[in-house]
Design a protein around this ligand. Structure first.
Ligand code: TYM
Length: 345
């Protein structure tokens, strides 16, 4: 079976963008693929962080994966830092990743500009190498992510190819490696709808965990009244009716997309259903659809969080399964690069 891996950073609470762009698609993939879903806690410290918040968000994110429908009997769910192979491979790969590749990353440019380029932690620059390691350790075929991760995926592909070129093939054979193609080159899997959910306050900027105003996003754990309020206060425009493709109406497009994703209708069906409505009629309809979709997730979340022992056991089992795959790759790469075999852990 082909292999799938993806992850979400435990920074703050997961929102509708994370769900529609990524997690919702993981649920479908677990039926047909060999799937690994990790809570990428090591990624969550590239910007200043609060230890207690990281700890809470790590557990809460894992519980949300399950609540959203990831089945621990089908998929391995684990915490990235529980499998130290991720950081070790990241070091090996960072030494062969040209710094220019990293300086080009849009997320680095944006975040470092905000925080001051000389002041941000080094990890913000090298972060995409850690992400590449997350993926490449598992010989991953497909990586289901939202649109904003496309560039990082390209980098992961480039790093894999460079590693294979520098140390794979005949050279790996000479080193006695079991596998001479060291790393598989992965593909991004980006959904047709929901790959870029926009802020409720501005249809031209992405819904994100870091946006200041909580009104800009729907968190998966928002109570019903918050969802209703946020939709009610979402930015609108002065046009009549609703439409998909008017470039002057990014908000209409965004809210229709959200409606489409949570109802499961096609674009045409959405238009037939609500296209003739005014904002004032559409918004309560959208809020109802969101609440109906999120409520069962919230109920399951509460159940999962009630049994801490069971959640720990799922994460331990996930980490064990992940470690088997991860160390197989890491040991092979280590050997190819000329590191002496030795005792570990
Ligand atoms: P993160 O934590 O920012 O986001 C997690 C996933 O949610 C998607 N996403 C969105 N999709 C649609 N609309 C939005 N507004 C939106 N915001 C976020 C992201 O595309 C992502 O799929 N570097 C990654 C985490 C990561 C990772 C990995 C992912 C680390 N290692 C290995 C895949 C494989 C990140 O920061 O995602």
């Amino acid at each position: 079976r082909q292999r799938v891996l993806s992850g979400v950073q435990p920074t703050g609470s997961l929102h509708l963008g994370n769900y529609l762009g990524a997690i919702r698609n993981w649920v479908k993939l677990q039926e047909e693929y060999d799937t690994f879903f990790c809570v990428v806690d090591l990624h969550a410290i590239t910007m200043p962080h609060e230890p207690r918040a990281l700890l809470d968000a790590t557990r809460s994110s894992a519980a949300l994966y399950i609540a959203c429908g990831i089945d621990p009997a089908k998929a391995s769910i684990f915490v990235q830092s529980h499998v130290p192979a991720h950081t070790e491979l990241a070091w090996l790969l960072s030494c062969i990743t040209p710094i220019g590749w990293l300086r080009k990353m849009i997320q680095f440019k944006e975040k470092s500009k905000k925080a001051g380029a000389e002041e941000v932690g080094t990890g913000l620059l090298t972060y995409p190498v850690l992400m590449a390691s997350d993926i490449l350790l598992y010989q991953t075929d497909l990586v289901p992510v939202g649109e904003d991760q496309r560039q990082h995926l390209e980098l992961a592909r480039d790093v894999a190819e460079r590693t294979n070129y520098l140390f794979g093939g005949k050279k790996a054979k000479k080193m006695g490696c079991k596998h001479t193609r060291l790393l598989k080159v992965p593909e991004a899997l980006i959904p047709p709808a929901g790959a870029r959910v926009m802020s409720l306050q501005d249809g031209t900027s992405k819904m994100s965990k870091s946006a200041e105003s909580d009104l800009s996003r729907i968190n998966l754990l928002d109570p019903t009244d918050a969802i209703v309020q946020k939709v009610k206060r979402a930015k609108t425009d002065a046009f009549e009716g609703l439409e998909w493709d008017n470039p002057e109406r990014p908000e209409a497009r965004n809210l229709l997309t959200i409606y489409q994703c949570v109802t499961g209708l096609s674009r045409e069906e959405v238009l037939a259903d609500v296209g003739g409505m005014r904002w004032g009629d559409f918004k309560p309809r959208l809020a109802d659809a969101l609440v109906a979709h999120l409520q069962p997730i919230q109920q399951r979340y509460a159940e999962v969080m009630r049994d801490e022992g069971a959640l720990d056991a799922i994460l331990a089992q996930g980490a064990d399964a992940a470690a088997v795959e991860a160390y197989a790759t890491l040991d092979n790469v280590r050997q190819a690069m000329g590191f002496a075999a030795g005792r570990r852990r």
